[in-house]
Design a protein around this ligand. Structure first.
Ligand code: SAM
Length: 326
């Protein structure tokens, strides 16, 4: 990667579109699970751990009354976290029509009981490609935002340099000076390390596998071509679609070009060890039940789920500039 350069494989526009469509169709087709199906999921504790990590990020960085932009919001799994943080306004954007519909149902409540405890903030949901559209054109009336979140989704923008840039341009254009960008995505260092440790081009365990194509047979990834490094990711009961490697040091440099400065980056393992030391987050973990509650009959995260969590990192960026005075 280099400033202004046109790096990365010269993928045709239509090929690019169809990759984004595949990702969208995959997520659109995933129907809402019943509570029972969710509890029986082979990765239920991993899901709970992921929710804990996202909750910690929200609690650390959201302030009451904040205007929130949730990029790739999915089915709105984080609405409750934002509600607990008492935010003032929420905009969710996702490419998958099915997910936006589910998100709307979750926001409105699909039973009388849920409708009575509706969320305390107004919300707007938009179905579009966050990494292709100029979101400031959709959201000029809603901006600026105090906080932007992109959970488990920013890596879908690294298929080309243009998309990676549009993702960051959108965040930068919509955040106020001093505004915060929180997110989670795969940790390229771990993925490439695992690939190099494996005999072939595939690795995984009982709940996931990652597979690189033959073009990566040498397992070399020159820094001059950091975009479009595709692999297939399968996670039981969750994901089965193409994803792209995001070399974090280059992500950091690219973000700086858009006035977004790195505040924090931690692999999930480090994140868990660090924030579990804080009593309020330890209590939240106990309530979510991701690691069990110490009772012998309580199930807990399996070793294979814990290995999956090592594949991810959390990041926080801040938009340059002074926040406006009240
Ligand atoms: N952020 C949600 C969460 O944490 O529960 C959903 C995460 S899910 C793993 C990834 C989401 O990214 C899906 O909802 C998918 O539709 C969305 N996504 C992928 N590519 C996108 C794009 N180009 N524009 C908007 N959303 C996208």
């Amino acid at each position: 990667y280099g400033a202004g350069g046109g790096y990365g494989p010269q993928q045709g526009y239509s090929e690019e579109r169809s990759s984004a469509r595949r990702v969208a169709d995959h997520y659109s087709a995933r129907s809402n699970q019943t509570l029972e199906e969710r509890e029986n999921s082979p990765i239920i504790h991993l899901k709970k751990l992921n929710n804990w990590i996202k909750s910690v990020l929200v609690q650390l960085y959201a302030r009451p009354g904040d205007c929130v932009l949730d990029l790739a919001c999915g089915k709105g799994g984080d609405l409750i976290k934002w509600d607990k943080a008492k935010v003032g306004y929420y905009v969710g954007v996702d490419i998958a029509e099915g997910s936006i519909k589910d998100c709307m149902t979750r926001y409105n409540g699909d039973t009388d009981q849920q409708r009575r405890k509706r969320f305390s903030f107004p919300a707007r949901l938009i179905c579009t490609d966050c990494y292709e559209a100029r979101l400031d054109e959709y959201l000029y009336e809603d901006a600026p935002f105090d906080i932007c979140s992109c959970q488990f989704a920013l890596h879908y923008s690294w298929s080309t340099e243009a998309r990676a840039r549009q993702a960051l341009a959108n965040v930068s254009a919509l955040l106020r000076p001093g505004g915060i960008f929180i997110g989670t995505m795969p940790d390229a260092n771990v993925i490439i390390k695992r690939l190099r440790e494996s005999e072939g081009l595939e690795f995984g365990n009982s709940v996931y596998w990652i597979s690189f194509g033959n073009e990566y047979a040498e397992k070399k990834f020159p820094a001059s071509r950091p975009f479009g490094i595709k692999y297939k990711f399968h996670l039981e009961d969750a994901v089965d679609c193409p994803e792209w490697v995001v070399p974090f040091h280059l992500f950091k440099l690219l973000a700086e070009e858009y006035d977004l400065e790195l505040v924090l980056m931690k692999n999930f393992h480090e994140f868990v060890h660090e924030y579990l030391q804080k009593p309020e987050f330890a209590e939240l973990m106990r309530r979510l039940g991701a690691l069990g509650d110490g009772r012998q009959d309580q199930s807990t995260l399996s070793q294979d789920e814990w290995e999956v969590s090592y594949l991810y990192l959390a990041f926080v960026l801040r938009k340059r500039g002074q926040p406006p005075t009240q």
